[in-house]
Design a protein. Structure first.
Length: 392
């Protein structure tokens, strides 16, 4: 392979156009954008105007993948097609980066992962750009160090995803069971679900309550409250919505010897002088507060986000460097999402691993009555042109 990786992008909507601009602006020096595929003629026209004369344009993903123009491909299309198109890349030994989520249901994503195992020559990544955030990287380091004992409780309220109705009206597929496969859990929160399991591990029990179209004219969930239990007896709560006009983002982990908190993009550590079990067993004052020292945790300050994920992917392809997230890991956060949906669908607690066939059957019931409008190119795309260099 030459020094530059020849890159193709499938889907040049909101996310695909952002990735394209990062490459043509020189932010991802290992890559050279060579081709774009999109079924929407308006998006191909935009790409022709903005991305330069050296980029080829295709109206189908397969045509681009068969063109011989690309060594690697970013998949940035609606969720259901993520595994299918990743598999098409793998069959052709084309390196692949999949936008979040990995897919809509774990049974589908498992097939993608099995194909990845059959093609070890392919560098397969997931766009979990929040893993590049220094505060979450440091939080994970502290939790997994063992210094603070076991996890006792996790709480994440992530309600600053506010979206007005026009957001959901952008495209015929959005916020429908047939087109998107879910709402706030599949669209906005995959990053937090990934981080939650990446830092704390997967729970073994899930009980979720959801409202579908509570705050918007949509058919999928826009309000979620979930309770989980972990194997060691710890508990957790995850709350998310797209309906709070001014929401919060607060992630708290209570451990035997510390409390960790991420809020306002700062990591706080409240470190106890002794472990809580020891304090509880020896303290002689009924209303005593455990001695603790609270401070802001220093990090490396780095948070390269999408560009960081792409550059790590390029390094993995050319130099064997580590990925931010191996694509196979995408199934873990999706497992949480599917478990939450299944619990809400059935109105009861579910255990992990979930019954993947049952989940798929329940999903198909909702797809069957989905009101998705079957239009090929009716989407509106947010203007990301200011992220491109003006001459492209």
């Amino acid at each position: 392979m030459e020094n530059k990786i020849r890159l193709g992008i499938i889907g040049i909507g909101n996310m695909g156009s952002g990735h394209a601009c990062s490459v043509v602006d020189g932010k991802c020096p290992d890559f050279e954008l060579k081709a774009v595929a999109d079924i929407n003629p308006a998006r191909r026209e935009w790409a022709a105007e903005r991305l330069g004369k050296d980029v080829a344009f295709f109206d189908s993903a397969e045509a681009m993948l068969d063109s011989g123009l690309v060594d690697a491909c970013i998949i940035a299309v609606p969720h259901y097609d993520h595994p299918r198109l990743a598999i098409e890349c793998m069959k052709r030994s084309i390196h692949v980066m999949v936008e979040k989520p990995a897919g809509v249901y774990t049974k589908q994503v498992r097939e993608m992962n099995e194909m990845a195992d059959q093609h070890p020559e392919v560098v397969f990544g997931l766009m979990f750009n929040q893993r590049t955030n220094c505060v979450y990287r440091k939080m994970r380091e502290l939790v997994q160090s063992g210094k603070y004992g076991r996890i006792r409780r996790t709480n994440w309220i992530i309600t600053d995803w506010y979206r007005p109705q026009c957001y959901f009206d952008q495209g015929s597929w959005r916020a429908t069971w047939a087109g998107e496969g879910g709402g706030v859990l599949l669209n906005q929160s995959p990053h937090q679900l990934d981080l939650w399991q990446w830092i704390c591990g997967l729970p073994i029990k899930v009980q979720s309550h959801m409202k579908f179209g509570q705050w918007h004219d949509i058919e999928v969930e826009d309000d979620v409250t979930t309770y989980v239990e972990y194997e060691n007896g710890a508990t957790g709560v995850f709350v998310t919505t797209t309906g709070d006009a001014h929401g919060s983002n607060r992630f708290e982990i209570q451990m035997d010897k510390a409390k960790l908190l991420v809020e306002h993009n700062q990591l706080y550590l409240e470190e106890y002088s002794v472990s809580e079990p020891e304090w509880s067993a020896t303290c002689k004052e009924p209303f005593a507060s455990m001695p603790a020292e609270k401070h802001v945790v220093e990090t490396d300050g780095q948070n390269p986000q999408h560009v960081g994920v792409l550059n790590a992917w390029g390094g993995a392809i050319l130099r064997g460097e580590p990925l931010v997230a191996d694509g196979r890991e995408g199934i873990r956060g999706l497992t949480l999402s599917n478990a939450m949906h299944l619990s809400a669908f059935l109105g009861r607690e579910v255990t992990l691993p979930i019954d993947e066939d049952l989940y798929y059957e329940e999903l198909k019931k909702r797809i069957a009555v989905s009101r998705r409008k079957e239009t090929a190119a009716g989407s509106v795309v947010a203007d990301l042109s200011d992220t491109c260099a003006g001459t492209h």
